[in-house]
Design a protein around this ligand. Structure first.
Ligand code: AFP
Length: 340
């Protein structure tokens, strides 16, 4: 397929006019059995992303920063924008006739919208606004999503439908609300990046087939918890210090993973004293990010094996995460395999 990503007119105007929807549609038409389902789902996520981006930009003006004064299902303080973002996504995706099950970080159990026989062919898990505790200091935050098929005819519980290992995801990605609004997505055929052009209100393709650098001496971890990490992680950090590594940590997973994807390095959230299984969630953080990183040529492990091969047991299950450049993940894994 010719690359029409950037069009230069005879008047010297350079514009990027391949939209997210056009790109996904073009990908889908390569498959005879394609139904347009993906385009339909991703257009809903794109609509939600644009609406959330607008809310995030206006948060201080509209006075919707800060906590609501109640806790979510994990006992974490809920931000006003967590609730707003969740409602936007539920609304946008709930309207799509091919979505069967929706599961959010903000909800205790998944919402069953329709059975497979009624057209609900897909299950979607999402974190509506990851990193939201950073919002009041204008740090980049993001939405993470994971799409898998709804293979079961019979509706038992929403969890029964959505709890599938990450290698069964058919699409995954994130939207970063940073200095620009960036949509990164994979449908299992490489990773593409779109940026919201605010002038025309749509995501346009800026980079196709992103490849993560094979190695890069950067680690991204909350080093303040170092004394509470298992010893092999502490030993890895000592080794990294001795080997000229640089450290970058924002504390907002989408921003940290996005930097790791583009610049290389390794993002780590190990088990800690407080979170013995790690802090991050398998279904709507580690799995979708793992798929994006693998599709870009990197690796994602929980310290024991591939994240995408973990058999999930619960919607809100946590997992340790080590992901990024293949060589950098290998270095961490070497310490974990040797026990320090
Ligand atoms: P919030 O959504 O509560 O801000 O948490 C963000 C997050 O889940 C993830 O985005 C970060 O990678 C991680 O927590 C940061 O955790 P620490 O503050 O423990 O480093």
């Amino acid at each position: 397929m010719p690359d029409y990503t950037v069009t230069t007119s005879k008047y010297g105007i350079t514009e990027n006019l391949t939209t997210l929807q056009a790109h996904i549609l073009a990908q889908e038409t390569k498959f005879e059995e394609a139904t347009g389902d993906f385009t339909w789902i991703l257009s809903a996520i794109s609509l939600a992303g644009r609406a959330i981006a607008n809310k995030v930009r206006r948060a201080r003006v509209d006075d919707v920063l800060g906590e609501v004064g109640q806790e979510n299902v994990h006992g974490e303080a809920q931000q006003k924008l967590d609730i707003i973002a969740n409602e936007i996504i539920m609304r946008c995706l709930g309207d799509r006739a091919n979505v069967g099950v929706l599961a959010s970080e903000e909800g205790e159990t998944p919402t069953i919208l329709r059975s497979r026989s009624d057209g609900g062919r897909y299950c979607i898990a999402f974190d509506p606004l990851d990193g939201s505790s950073n919002l009041d200091v204008s740090v980049g935050v993001g939405t993470i999503f994971s799409v898998s098929r709804n293979d079961q005819e019979e509706v038992d519980s929403g969890e029964g439908l959505i709890l599938q290992p990450g290698h069964r995801q058919v699409a995954a990605g994130y939207i970063l609300y940073g200095s620009s609004t960036v949509f990164v997505v994979t449908t299992g055929n490489g990773v593409n990046m779109f940026v919201l052009d605010p002038a025309i209100g749509t995501f346009v393709l800026v980079k196709r087939h992103i490849t993560i650098p094979h190695e890069q001496r950067i680690y991204s971890v909350n080093e303040a918890y170092r004394d509470n990490f298992p010893k092999p992680y502490q030993d890895y950090l000592s080794w990294a210090h001795e080997n000229g590594y640089s450290s970058r940590y924002i504390g907002s997973m989408v921003a940290d993973v996005h930097r790791t994807l583009l610049k290389g390095g390794v993002f780590i959230y190990p088990p800690t004293g407080e979170h013995s299984k790690g802090k991050l969630r398998l279904m709507y953080e580690a799995n979708p990010m793992g798929m994006v990183i693998e599709q870009a040529g990197g690796a994602a492990t929980d310290g024991k094996g591939r994240i995408l091969d973990i058999e999930p047991e619960g919607l809100h299950q946590r997992t340790p995460v080590v992901l990024g450049s293949a060589r950098e993940v290998e270095h961490v894994q070497r310490f974990l395999d040797n026990g320090g």
